[in-house]
Design a protein around this ligand. Structure first.
Ligand code: FEO
Ligand code: CA
Ligand code: CA
Ligand code: CA
Length: 586
């Protein structure tokens, strides 16, 4: 296996070249295999996938659609638990002859079941990991019951006819990225929830209307038209239902009967994901991005300390850590004169996009630090609370992840085509390019409980473009990279990045490695590319196994199930299927 190549250097490979293949392309000497595809049976007794005879009952037992985040946890011997997010559905790729004006109830219910998460036992003995139909396997869907916890549980803003207590929500959706906690649970971010609710224009109260607008909720029918089949998707009938999504959820994948949790203490926004760092004093911090143009970076710090060990008692305690603590938002300040940040991406005279910053507290449990906001309002309408305290508007914060050994925090800022355009915020040192097509990677070093320094590790794009920066490394030696999205670290401490670029550099998306220390810092090398139209996400990087999600293969303009432009992974004239791919040294 790759283990022999692991050591301090991590994986040894020659980078793949940018390409437009309808395939996963891996370096010379590596092998690949599809681990699981949309529709593959995961619950014991689940029916085989039949593209032309999909039912909600079958989908509830099969791997969901558009897998994004991927986690791999220990189980026993050669068995591992894999957990995947199923972010969203694109109905014209799920169904032949789909009529967007008249979805059928059957199609809508299939889509509800295709959202959520999957938990799957993998046999990882040798070569390609294999799915095992195990009693631990589980599907979480839009029909799964969740417990709402933390300071906004039971809030007036969360109560609905189906849940007068404001503490029980059916389902999770738009689960984008996530994280594995040190106590062996999964965190997952509910991201683009605003596309799923109709008729925000029915709300006349100005304050309520402003809140809906700040979260991107719009008037009229939704694209998917679910509101025709369940009134919870209709704001005119159930104005609080949108407030029940946009949270970080926590799932215990080791207990298939456990009730997953929505954590209100971590605030409500378009959560990309959350990742945990154990602080020096034993408390835990969760780092989070709100993936929208000009949105913020957030941090939660628990009140309680983590208990070590794997006893039931320690685990139960640790699974309550995210219930109480302080929610913060980030303010970043540059150290170069504003006149030197001209929006072109040209480095300022000190040679770095860098500076200092602070975590501004928003609320601590029942106590609000934001004038005009109750604590509940801070949590449920966190974006508006952050506006008040002068947080820094970033270029679409995606994954935010602490380094496992240095403790530095890395944030993927994927792009922002609106930076510096009419009436919008202009360039600043942490977001130094106007109409930013290619994004940047931020490195943040915490210097006290509420302060940090920061610098840009990467200013992404074609290395031939002078408005790029690769950690100071020789730009003639690096792979082009654009639109960083998901982050991971390997055993050598190198950063791995997947991209979601819609071909911003004219090539398929991929998985890249970049060392962070020493002479190799900034040496970006592309490890693999995903098929045409797909986004690369999820990555799991181990010494002898890499897992990557190929999300929405073939999702290009004009394509659909009636006109597929990708036939990956099954080939021939098959429909494309979002899948998890394993890569290992041959
Ligand atoms: Fe679902 Fe921010 O990517
Ligand atoms: Ca500077
Ligand atoms: Ca993402
Ligand atoms: Ca994405």
């Amino acid at each position: 296996g790759v283990a022999s190549a692991a050591s301090k250097q991590g994986l040894d490979f020659v980078p793949v070249r940018p390409n437009s293949e309808d395939a996963v392309v891996v370096p010379e000497g590596f092998e690949q295999g599809v681990v699981i595809r949309w529709g593959d049976p995961i619950l014991p007794g689940a029916p085989e996938f039949d593209f032309d005879a999909q039912t909600p009952e079958a989908q509830e037992q099969q791997f969901g659609y558009n897998n994004d985040f991927c986690a791999l946890l220990p189980l026993r011997d050669d068995l591992r638990l894999m957990v995947n997010n199923h972010e969203y559905t694109t109905e014209e790729f799920l169904f032949r002859g789909y009529d967007p004006e008249n979805p059928t109830e059957q199609q809508v219910r299939v889509a509800w079941a295709a959202h959520g998460l999957s938990v799957v036992v993998l046999e990882t003995g040798d070569a390609a990991p294999k799915v095992r139909l195990d009693p631990l396997n589980r599907r979480i869907t839009l029909n799964t019951e969740f417990e709402v916890r933390g300071p906004a549980a039971g809030s007036e803003y969360l109560k609905t006819p189906a849940d007068p207590s404001g503490t029980r929500v059916f389902g999770t959706m738009n689960n984008c990225s996530g994280g594995v906690t040190p106590w062996g649970t999964i965190l997952s971010g509910e991201e683009n929830i605003h596309f799923y609710f109709a008729n925000a224009d029915s709300v006349t109260d100005p304050k309520a209307a402003e809140r809906l607008a700040r979260y991107g909720l719009k008037g009229g029918a939704t694209e998917r038209k679910w509101e025709r089949f369940d009134s919870r998707w209709d704001i005119a009938q159930q104005p609080n239902e949108p407030n029940r999504f946009g949270w970080i959820i926590e799932l215990d994948p080791y207990d298939p009967r456990s009730t997953p949790v929505k954590h209100t203490a971590l605030g409500r926004f378009k959560h990309e994901g959350a990742n945990i760092k154990v602080l020096d004093d034993g408390r835990v911090a969760a780092y989070m991005g709100d993936d929208e143009k000009f949105e913020y970076l957030y941090r939660f710090v628990s009140d309680e300390k983590m208990k070590s060990g794997e006893s039931k008692h320690a685990r139960r305690h640790n699974m309550s850590l995210l219930d109480s603590g302080t929610l913060y938002v980030a303010k970043l300040t540059g150290d170069s004169p504003a006149t030197e940040i001209d929006g072109s991406g040209k480095l300022p005279s000190d040679g770095q996009f860098d500076g200092f910053g602070e975590w501004i507290p928003l609320a601590h449990n029942g106590e609000s630090f934001v004038p005009g906001f109750t604590a509940e309002e801070v949590y449920v309408f966190a974006r508006q609370a952050a506006d008040v305290v002068g947080a820094t508007r970033m270029d679409r914060p995606e994954d935010v992840q602490p380094h496992p050994t240095t403790g530095r925090v890395y944030a993927a800022l994927t792009n922002n085509s609106d930076r510096g355009t009419d009436g919008k915020a202009g360039a600043d040192e942490p977001n130094p390019r106007v109409t930013n097509k290619h994004g940047q990677v931020l490195e943040l070093t915490e210097t006290s409980p509420t302060t940090f320094t920061w610098n840009l590790l990467l200013v992404c794009g074609d290395p031939n473009d002078p408005a790029t920066y690769f950690g100071g490394f020789d730009k003639t030696q690096v792979s082009p990279i654009t639109c960083p999205d998901n982050l991971a670290f390997d055993s050598a401490g190198d950063l791995w990045i997947t991209t979601d670029s819609t071909e911003a550099l004219g090539a398929n998306d991929g998985l890249y490695r970049v060392p962070l220390e020493g002479a190799e810092r900034g040496h970006v090398m592309q490890f693999l590319s995903v098929p045409r139209g797909a986004e690369a996400c999820g990555p799991v990087i181990e010494d002898d196994l890499v897992l990557v999600s190929a999300q929405h293969p073939g999702e290009l303009d004009g394509a659909s199930a009636d006109n597929p432009v990708s036939h990956w992974p099954d080939g021939g004239d098959s429909q494309p299927r979002p899948s998890v791919v394993a890569v290992w040294k041959g």
